[in-house]
Design a binder for this molecule. Structure first.
Ligand code: SF4
Ligand code: SF4
Length: 103
C-alpha cells in the first residue's frame, strides 16, 4: 500500500516507489514569493516557510515538478544526489503542527 502523507511525516521516509528525485530550492536565489508552496499538491505537501527560508522536505517530495513552472526565478532544481540521511528536525516541525499549510 502506498504510504499516506501522514505516514511519510510520521516515519520521515520517502515513498520508495517514487522514481523521480526530489527537488530542492536554492536559497540564495529564492525571493520567498511562496508560489511554489501553493502549487505543491496537498497529497505531497512538501514545501514550507521555515524562518526566512522556503524549503522542500525531500522525504515528502515526489518529484512531480508541479512547482517548477510557477517559480519566477527558476531556483528549484532536481536533487539528483539526494540520499535518505534525514532532514533536519526543525524542518519536520513545519508539517507536524497545526500550522501545516496543507491541512
Ligand atoms: S516536485 Fe511536486 S511534490 Fe515536490 S515540491 Fe514540487 S510540487 Fe511538491
Ligand atoms: S516559487 Fe521560487 S522564488 Fe518563489 S518561494 Fe518558491 S522557490 Fe522561492
Amino acid at each position: 500500500m502506498v504510504p499516506s502523507r501522514a505516514q511519510r511525516i510520521e516515519l520521515r521516509e520517502r515513498n520508495e516507489k517514487w522514481l523521480s528525485p526530489p527537488l530542492r530550492i536554492e536559497m540564495l536565489e529564492c525571493i520567498n514569493c511562496d508560489a511554489c508552496l501553493r502549487a505543491c499538491p496537498p497529497q505531497f505537501g512538501a514545501i514550507f516557510n521555515h524562518g526566512p527560508d522556503v524549503v522542500i522536505i525531500p522525504e515528502l517530495c515526489s518529484g512531480c515538478d508541479k512547482c517548477l513552472p510557477v517559480c519566477p526565478v527558476n531556483c528549484i532544481y532536481p536533487f539528483e544526489d539526494w540520499v535518505q540521511t534525514g532532514s533536519p528536525d526543525s524542518w519536520w516541525q513545519e508539517p507536524a503542527g497545526p500550522n501545516d499549510p496543507y491541512l
